[in-house]
Ligand binder design. Sequence first.
Ligand SMILES: Nc1nc2c(ncn2[C@@H]2O[C@H](COP(=O)(O)OP(=O)(O)O)[C@@H](O)[C@H]2O)c(=O)[nH]1
Ligand SMILES: [Mg+2]
Length: 315
Amino acid sequence: MPEDTLATRPPHNLTVIVPTLMEEEAIGPVLDELLQNGYRNIIVVDGGSTDKTREIAISKGVNVCIQPGKGKADALRYGISIANTELVAVMDGDYTYPAQELQKLYQKALQGYDLVIGSRVPDPGAQPAAFKIGNKILTTFFNILFGTHLSDVLSGMYIVRKEALSNALFEMKGFSVESEIAAHIATTTGKIAEVPIRYRKRIGKKKLGKTAGIRIALDMLRLAWRYNPLLLITGTAALLLVPGLAIAAWVGYRYLFHGISHFVWGIIAIVLTAVGFIALLLAMLTVYLKHMEHRIIRTIQTLKEQTAHTPTRPE
Ligand SMILES: Nc1nc2c(ncn2[C@@H]2O[C@H](COP(=O)(O)OP(=O)(O)O)[C@@H](O)[C@H]2O)c(=O)[nH]1
Ligand SMILES: [Mg+2]
């Protein structure tokens, strides 16, 4: 009896999107592996490679298109928009992610998660130390900003439920697209899971530059400002209020018990405390607006469900 694997039962509700830029050495083996594992809905979204990437992809019989816009983010936004399945898998086209691992992510997604990230467990020598540390720092930063407990937010292999991204803005560029997807799901449905996956040595040349880490960190801050402003505002308020009140207490103590007035310190204390209080008020307003946003989203969802269930009457 044939084994009931993806090879005998390809997942019809999943599209695999492979972003590529100059991957002529890797794309052949990547697609062969996907096809051998039973995946049939495959879209290669190419960033305008001038090597044989597209030619090789076409020869494997998969869908190949040239992305609009620039960078990996625009490629994925386009790929996800043209996929007509419930689930979309993203997998880098550099041979680092074994296609066999996709099955684990798929099984997890079927349990109702909106985003399942493949958390990389690198083969020896597959990931240089600097990138390993950089990934850890950026993931920790993301966890602080969004209250998540992820171990590898920047992984290039994940499965996302298309519907869960319908309200995402997709404003980020290049390699910040992973953080944007994770930020959106974390702050909307919160249904994120991770599964460990093997990570191999890349075939071909890396596209990620050395300064990318800093850009990604700054983009995470921008995402936090958009999706989770409360933490940033209360953080700022605390940074101003704590020293402001401490200085005020010291100035008051010196004046009352020693009769010495510290005029300049007094002004500094007043300014810090006043701005800190304004930040606190802003934080309260943010909470109120967030609640309102949730109420509006819930109402829209209920309305959508009601319209979907209303039977159409014949004329
Ligand atoms: N379509 C498209 N793909 C890109 C672009 N830049 C990088 N990629 C692809 O994105 C994937 C990840 O790139 P890679 O250099 O391996 O970066 P890393 O895995 O984050 O270190 C690879 O499959 C690249 O070919 C781009 O501008 N457009
Ligand atoms: Mg890579």
